[in-house]
Ligand binder design. Structure first.
Ligand code: PEP
Ligand code: MG
Length: 582
């Protein structure tokens, strides 16, 4: 067996996990296998024929589109020949039916086999055929991921090795319970993929270069996302050292049962701790971890792994399921935040150089009113007799907001319903700096620190390289948050913070001190945040915060925050199972 090696990266979602390496992002490289039962053979073969036809149609379309241009389309004909090649088809069918591998594994194994044969033939012609094979294999596999919500299952725990930027689909395409960790080339702490991983307690280490030179598919990999270290083929000593850490999970169980009730500071101020969720099943987690409601439903995840925009009926069922499960606790349904790094496969998105600054969320809605109308109609119908409100992401100007609100009012009156409470997610600098002008037009406010930090610091939330600039305790950023919270409090406006910053227990005292009374965080961290709140006085926290104006650098702020936590919390933080922080 090859020796253990250690790779260093950037911790993105903390925690640790161990499993077999499963490669994502370069189809033919993956050789670890997924088995199926005999009764699935027919389905897999049928699926193969479907995606083969789709791929052929797609290549033919390219040929038509390029007709009349000077582009040489002969290679596209070669792809079609490969897809019709009886030897290729026969081997895949044979691999599925006699070796009982799933379609993806079978495509990979057969393609690899062809590639090896072409490569060993040695001539330039055959070498070229091997890259054609890579293209066809990637193409076919890409169709498998658009397979209407079917998540791939594994027989054993895996570590996903993502050979490109980590995206939400990388998690949603697989059985989440088997993913023990993710190692990836790129992806920042508040990328949407990282947020999703955090809410499922999946540790992530990013910023690893040349991963495929150090890890082979199927290798045992241990991810230590506290330190950002990845052990490839770890020794038994290393594995058992990590296994001992599971003690902290016991503490979490205790806190979970303790905090299925509201929390008050020691001086009697009630603080709401709600959950951020994406899928209907996440409401079960929210309840299990003691959420006082759902403060952010990221509805765009409804679109993941779908072939087309979900109908009003499909959307209605999703919202109804969430609202039914929520037992009449408040639920904030955020309208779809399409764009940025959340582009559904079927969505006709123009190519943009700067997607996070481009056509996103409300900007899409105001132009594509039919999408807006379908979503609002489905929510309003599902919300009859329920405790819910609607939140709009990425609002920049008051004008945009007024237009959106008027549209929601119009849909409600068409349905003969009252307009629900509507609020703004403040995540664009212009909007938060102008919060006071929004106040008379909104029913509630929430601060989306994930985007707000990236827009204020001009540091992409997905880019591990500029992560050093992306910092929630940057003094200038905290001063903006303080002004916004004060503005809402002075006007009696309900305000929450729902970005990842609010879910990190290190920031709880700070945010309470800034006057925050409503947190919305990943379910797992709810009991931890409540435990901290129960140990502090609202007035004392507020008093301590008055010093932040004098702090000029992030380093000084970091030092000050550590001392503050120590002074107000003693050793409460050290005793908490802080495994999934930002
Ligand atoms: C945010 O930007 O802080 C937020 C809550 O929205 P998202 O992370 O989904 O962009
Ligand atoms: Mg956002």
């Amino acid at each position: 067996m090859k020796k253990e090696i250690k790779l260093s990266g950037i911790p993105v979602v903390s925690g640790w996990g161990v499993g077999k390496a499963y490669f994502v992002g370069r189809a033919v490289q993956q050789t670890s296998t997924v088995s199926i039962s005999r009764q699935d053979v027919g389905d897999e073969i049928m699926r193969f024929n479907e995606i083969r036809e789709k791929a052929k149609k797609n290549y033919r379309q390219y040929i038509t589109d390029l007709g009349g241009t000077t582009v040489d389309v002969s290679v596209l004909n070669i792809y079609e020949h490969i897809l019709d090649d009886p030897a290729f088809i026969g081997q895949i069918v044979e691999t599925i039916s006699s070796k009982l591998y799933d379609l993806e594994t079978s495509i990979r194994l057969v393609s690899n086999d062809f590639i090896n044969r072409f490569n060993s033939a040695g001539t330039a012609y055959f070498k070229e055929r091997s890259s054609d094979m890579v293209e066809v294999c990637e193409k076919l596999i890409s169709y498998l991921y658009q397979d209407n919500g079917r998540a791939k299952t594994f027989m054993e725990p895996v570590i996903l090795v993502v050979l490109r930027t980590f995206t939400p689909t990388d998690i949603l395409s697989y059985d989440k319970s088997k993913i023990q960790g993710v190692v990836t080339v790129s992806g920042g702490k508040t990328s949407h993929a990282a947020i999703l991983a955090r809410s499922y307690s999946i540790p992530v280490v990013s910023g690893l270069q040349n991963i495929s030179e150090s890890i082979n598919p199927g290798d045992q990999v241990l991810v230590d996302a506290e330190k950002g270290i990845v052990y490839v083929r770890p020794s038994t000593t290393v594995v058992s050292r990590f296994k001992r850490q599971t003690d902290s999970e016991k503490t979490l169980e205790e806190l979970k049962s303790k905090w299925r009730r509201p929390v008050y500071t020691t001086d009697g101020i009630q603080i709401d701790v709600l959950a951020n969720i994406s899928l209907a099943d996440d409401v079960d987690d929210a309840k299990e971890f003691g959420a006082d409601g759902i403060g952010l439903i990221r509805t765009e995840y409804l679109l993941s792994n779908r072939k087309e925009m979900p109908s009003e009926k499909a959307q209605y069922e999703y919202y109804k399921q969430i609202l039914d499960k929520a037992d009449n606790k408040p639920c904030v349904i955020r309208l779809m935040d399409i764009g940025g790094d959340k582009i559904p496969q079927f969505f006709d998105m123009p190519l943009e150089f700067n997607p996070f600054m481009g056509w996103r969320a409300i900007r899409i809605f105001l132009e594509r009113k039919e999408i807006f109308e379908t979503q609002v109609t489905a929510i309003l119908k599902a919300g009859i007799n329920r405790e819910y409100s609607i939140m709009m992401p990425m609002v920049t100007t008051l004008q945009e907001w007024l237009e959106a609100k008027a549209f929601i009012t119009k849909v409600a009156s068409r349905l003969g319903l009252k307009r629900p409470k509507c609020g703004v997610l403040f995540e664009v600098p212009l909007a938060i700096l102008e919060m006071s002008t929004f106040l008379k037009e909104i029913d509630f406010a929430s601060i989306g620190t994930n985007d707000l930090i990236q827009y204020l610091s001009a540091a992409d939330r997905n880019n591990a390289k500029v992560n050093y600039l992306y910092n929630p305790i940057e003094p200038a950023f905290l001063r903006i948050i303080r002004t916004a919270i004060k503005c809402a409090n002075d006007n009696g406006m309900s305000l929450s913070v729902c970005g990842e910053m609010a879910g990190n227990p290190i920031h709880t005292v700070l945010l309470v001190g800034l006057g925050l009374r409503r947190f919305s965080v990943i379910p797992r961290n709810i009991p931890l945040i409540k435990e901290i709140i129960a140990n502090i006085s609202f007035a004392e926290a507020a008093e301590s915060i008055s010093h932040i104006d004098a702090i000029e650098s992030t380093e000084d702020m970091d030092e000050w925050l550590k001392n503050l936590n120590k002074r107000l919390l003693g050793n409460v933080l050290e005793k908490l199972p802080l495994t999934v922080g930002v």
